[in-house]
Design a protein. Structure first.
Length: 295
């Protein structure tokens, strides 16, 4: 009797989020025969498939996706943003198996560009195929389909990408120049980087603000007025400094939290609270160094 499940929280955002509350109409069928397989909901975030002797099973469900944050899933006419922890159901006992993710995009949205830290093995205007080493890697790599403004820079042979969605008038060269200095300072401080490349995913909005760290990327949501314009003074404005501080904070987490972490957070219990007394380390030390790196 196979179980499937969805996380109740996501590492880096430690409150219980109850992602399963946005999952509706869960169905399963035998791929070979097309016969329906009975499902029984065991707990708030787990389902059990009955009589699952089939070699291949298809599970389908609907997701409410209107959470404009860095934690969940959001879609409208301008973007599709997905944090896989809120959308991609896991298979009990197969969490360490390799995963392939296929995105089928409607023709009407073919103008959108995909940004993610996941390896993309196939891409066209309407189909993307991505790979993840296992389920824990999958839920640590958000992706977004939208019209993107992109720029990149290299530090120590590590490519850093910046991708901005939403309406904005960003001076990309200024942003890349300033972020390069901040990132280089952090790599020098630690001696090396725990990632092979890095992605800053930035969602420009009217007044939303926040960030969430990932192993080789960060998802940021920011007021568009915090992004530098061509008229940005030599000394960054208060708003721009706030955005650079947010970038610095989440980038620092690539070492402290994603790489340097307690044992129970390597593969945390995502069904319930996984208590720790170390948030003062995770967030406190990071908050000290984020502005120090700007200085």
């Amino acid at each position: 009797k196979q179980k499937i499940w969805l996380p109740t929280w996501i590492p880096g955002s430690y409150l219980i989020r109850e992602f399963a509350k946005h999952i509706e109409s869960v169905k399963a069928l035998h791929v070979g025969t097309g016969e329906a397989i009975k499902l029984h909901k065991l707990t708030k975030n787990q389902w059990q498939l009955q009589n699952t002797q089939a070699d291949e099973i298809e599970v389908s469900y609907q997701v409410y996706a209107y959470d404009l944050s860095v934690r969940g899933a959001y879609t409208d006419d301008d973007r599709l943003y997905v944090n896989p922890a809120a959308v991609c159901i896991g298979v009990e006992g197969q969490e360490d198996s390799a995963i392939q993710l296929q995105l089928d995009v409607p023709e009407s949205l073919s103008r959108f560009e995909l940004v993610t830290s996941m390896p993309v093995v196939e891409a066209s205007n309407t189909t993307y195929i991505l790979n993840a080493i296992n389920y824990h890697e999958l839920i640590d790599q958000p992706f977004e389909l939208a019209e993107q403004t992109c720029i990149s820079f290299d530090i120590e042979n590590i490519t850093h990408r910046i991708a901005i969605s939403g309406r904005h008038q960003t001076d990309l060269k200024r942003l890349a120049t300033d972020l390069e200095k901040i990132c280089a300072a952090q790599i020098r401080m630690f001696g090396e980087a725990p990632f092979k490349d890095y992605l800053f995913m930035v969602m420009a909005t009217a007044n939303s603000y926040g960030g969430l760290e990932h192993q080789s990327s960060t998802s940021l949501i920011t007021p568009r007025d915090d992004l530098p314009k061509t008229s940005e003074p030599a000394k960054p404005s208060v708003n721009y400094q706030r955005f650079l501080g947010l970038c610095s904070h989440e980038y620092f987490h690539a070492w402290l939290v994603k790489f340097i972490r307690p044992h129970n957070y390597v593969k945390p219990n995502l069904h319930q609270e996984d208590y720790t007394t170390l948030l003062w380390v995770f967030e406190g030390i990071t908050s000290y160094y984020d502005d120090l790196m700007l200085y």
